[in-house]
Design a binder for this molecule. Structure first.
Ligand code: MSP
Length: 722
């Protein structure tokens, strides 16, 4: 392992306010950075904001401010959010900074001088939301976000991406560690093998960007601009000796941590730009999956975001960090819900680790006046616990370094339960009549010294993740400031047996008070009080007029959609499902992760005469039904099922199979490409041996003839109907 370590987050667009989806990658990076530092590795952790481009220009306009003011305001929110969450970035790059502009211009000129950029003209489709060129006819839908592309016709500079098809494939082959997970690697390989076309790297239709040196009516393509942040932040483009030395030392980056949907930019364009410029390539690109809320990607455009601060304000920053790393297998999509969060919090933190610390610290105060006793002669039970702790540490390290944060924490929590079980089995608080006072004192000393040592080891290991609580516990264990210990690389030499007898413990302090029933309401209320849209937060009329902003959230009334409320029955379930803190720690409470795909099958259309008397439903009943726009991408008959069609539909954020009882009325081939409305949150159901994940909507005409619901306007895939 190199003695210096450079890791980056994606830089976030400033057209959305920070939410949990952004916090997720940044928190993962923070945990990695804290661990590296505590291992004595000189670490540089870089987040930042991506501030140029047409969509930022448009959002600023809607907010009634200049792009520069707008970008500064939202960028500041990201920075404050990371501060509020106690993250430890070493720098924060903004693409509107002078150092960045210099570097981007230098990169552009270098590419041009080396013959990899030429001038040509381009007419084609552009997705403003993704700032990406899309192959296709006018009106083509962006395959990534489902929005309608715009036709642009411009004289552009082009990058000779086509020249890098072979070099990239060779590089991937000789550097298998370059990208992960495997699903992303496969996708990238197939994309590059499919052939690379030259890439337009400048725009003239708007001006909010970095001017192309010597041809200032062009601005540099926003992805070339954005990707360069990873080098400009470390000195590329600055000619002073100090910047040069910094760049030499810290480049190439060890890890670019990204969301899976921006892999093409990081694994194809970025290495090609670097190869062309003669700059070494980053060592690895690692993609996280998406954080889902209500079964779809948490994102501003879907209006289903939750702010990290709402969780931190109610349950603390560690609860959020623990949940994200423990609950979601890194690289996969994972569900966030207040319910699951509170279950994890109460089960693993309040009743688990928090309860263990409180038992150990309180008993050492009660029986030994707060000073760690000498363990005396050990028995098999102590040997077993110490062996277990040593094995746990090794396993934790292996898993963490392989990005299996969930596995690492799971392992550590087995040790929490083991230590707790050890305490309970030896019951140092209970003196059986037949035990002499001297024997009892010896048992208390042995058991509490051992449990305290296990707690110390656990706390040190968990520090990169639960840093705020580890700081408190470290003091309680008489170890001083954990941030100071980290500066002295305490994880490098951490081993069982480091807790000295006589160490004076600090005062017990509450760690993870149990979350009561109102915790979810409090988080929800904080959500309700905050605008989620950057435009609204900046004082503007939210994006309902901007093409890139049209969403179902806005359709319901203009201002940003709020995170939907939980059902109170669910809240009760979440809180009641856990055991009282006073009880001994048990294996962690199992948490139901909402499946990313949880919807059911289709019956043929229900025929209910509009005039029939039916009881009225409330808005709360209606809101439970998740109606979304989907596009049919495959339609085929099912052998021996005359009425059923098998459809594959694209919701923008995921594809799924639906069976529909419309075979008698629709030719399958005519359905492909059609946008329909589906009930997205029905439980899956099997029909004819096939699973159906949803139900499509249609008007029921005379004789039960269906007419599929659709739209006259262009609507993005996945948009929710409200
Ligand atoms: N500006 C570009 C990145 C340029 S990097 C040189 C961008 N910005 S973004 O704000 O749209 O997204 C930034 C990152 O946030 C992406 O990696 C994206 O995956 C991540 N996330 C945004 N919402 C997310 C979730 N709901 N879940 C997990 N990550 C999510 O793309």
């Amino acid at each position: 392992m190199s003695e210096r370590f450079y890791l980056t987050t994606p830089i976030y667009y400033v057209n959305a306010r920070p939410h949990l989806g952004h916090a997720y990658s940044t928190i993962v990076c923070d945990a990695i950075a804290r661990r590296k530092r505590a291992l004595g590795i000189e670490t540089w952790f870089l987040p930042g904001t991506d501030e140029h481009g047409q969509k930022i220009e448009r959002s600023a306009k809607l907010a009634g401010s200049t792009p520069a003011e707008f970008a500064a305001k939202v960028s500041n929110e990201f920075r404050s959010s990371w501060e509020r969450l106690g993250l430890t970035p070493d720098d924060f790059i903004r693409t509107t900074e002078e150092r960045h502009k210099r570097g981007v211009q230098k990169l552009f000129v270098t590419l041009r001088d080396r013959g990899y950029i030429y001038k040509g003209s381009y007419t084609g489709q552009y997705c403003v939301s993704d700032e990406a060129y899309i192959d296709g006819e006018p009106g083509t839908i962006c395959p990534d976000c489902g929005r309608v592309t715009e036709t642009v016709s411009e004289e552009n500079y082009f990058f000779k991406l086509s020249a890098f098809e072979r070099p990239l494939l060779d590089y991937y082959e000789s550097h298998p560690e370059f990208m992960a997970p495997d699903s992303m690697r496969r996708e990238i390989l197939s994309f590059v093998r499919g052939g690379l076309k030259d890439l337009s790297v400048s725009r003239t239709s708007f001006s909010w960007g970095i001017p192309v040196p010597g041809d200032e009516k062009h601005v540099v393509y926003v992805w070339l601009d954005a990707l360069a942040n990873y080098i400009t932040a470390r000195g590329y483009g600055s000619d002073d000796a100090e910047s040069k030395a910094r760049f030499e030392k810290f480049w190439p980056a060890d890890i670019h941590l990204i969301g899976k949907e921006i892999s093409r930019f990081h694994c194809v364009y970025w290495p090609a730009f670097l190869m062309a410029a003669g700059i070494p390539l980053p060592r690895s690109v690692r993609a996280n999956g998406w954080l889902l809320f209500e079964q779809s990607k948490m994102s501003k455009s879907r209006g289903n975001v939750v702010r990290a601060e709402s969780v931190a304000d109610v349950l603390g920053v560690d609860a959020l960090r623990y949940f994200l790393l423990r609950e979601i297998p890194f690289g996969q999509d994972g569900g966030f819900s207040f319910d699951a969060l509170v279950q994890r919090y109460n089960g693993d933190l309040a009743n688990g680790y928090g309860n263990l610390v409180s038992r150990v610290v309180n008993m050492i105060h009660k029986y030994f006046e707060g000073a760690v006793p000498s363990a005396g002669k050990l028995t098999d039970a102590e040997e077993k616990l110490s062996e277990s702790a040593t094995a746990t540490i090794a396993e934790f390290n292996r898993s963490f370094d392989a990005f299996d944060f969930s596995g690492a924490l799971k392992t550590l929590w087995v040790l929490v339960a083991e230590t707790d079980g050890y305490l309970t089995a030896n019951a140092p608080w209970k003196k059986p009549a037949e035990r002499t006072d001297a024997d009892h004192a010896a048992l208390q000393a042995r058991v509490l010294a051992t449990a305290a040592e296990a707690t110390r080891v656990l706390t040190a290991r968990v520090y990169p993740i639960l840093h705020a609580s580890a700081e408190i516990v470290w003091r309680q264990l008489g170890q001083g400031e954990i941030s100071e210990a980290s500066k002295k690389n305490f994880l490098k030499s951490l081993a069982w047996g480091g807790l000295k007898s006589g160490t004076k413990f600090g005062e017990p302090a509450p760690l993870f008070p149990r979350a009561e029933k109102d915790a979810i309401d409090r988080m929800q209320n904080l959500e309700d009080q905050n605008p989620h849209s950057a435009v609204e937060a900046a004082g503007g009329n939210d994006g309902k007029k901007a093409p890139a902003e049209v969403t179902c959230g806005e359709a319901s009334g203009g201002s940003a959609a709020k995170a939907p409320k939980m059902e109170s029955a669910d809240q009760t379930k979440a809180v009641e499902a856990v055991k009282p803190a006073a009880e001994k720690a048990e294996a962690p409470v199992a948490t139901a992760i909402p499946s990313p795909v949880a919807a059911t099958s289709v019956e043929p259309v229900a025929v209910v005469p509009a005039t029939e008397e039916k009881p009225l439903i409330s808005i709360d009943d209606f809101i439970k039904i998740e109606l979304r726009v989907a596009q049919i991408i495959v339609a085929e008959r099912i052998p021996k099922a005359d009425k059923l069609l098998r459809l594959e539909v694209d919701l923008g954020y995921e594809k799924r199979q639906i069976l529909a009882g419309i075979a008698e009325y629709y030719e399958p081939e005519k359905l492909v490409g059609r946008k329909i409305v589906i009930v997205a949150n029905l439980a899956p159901r099997k029909m004819r041996g096939l699973e159906s994940h949803g139900m499509l909507l249609a008007a029921s005409l005379e004789g039960g003839v269906p007419a599929l619901a659709g739209f006259h306007e262009d609507v993005p895939l996945g948009a929710r109907l409200k």
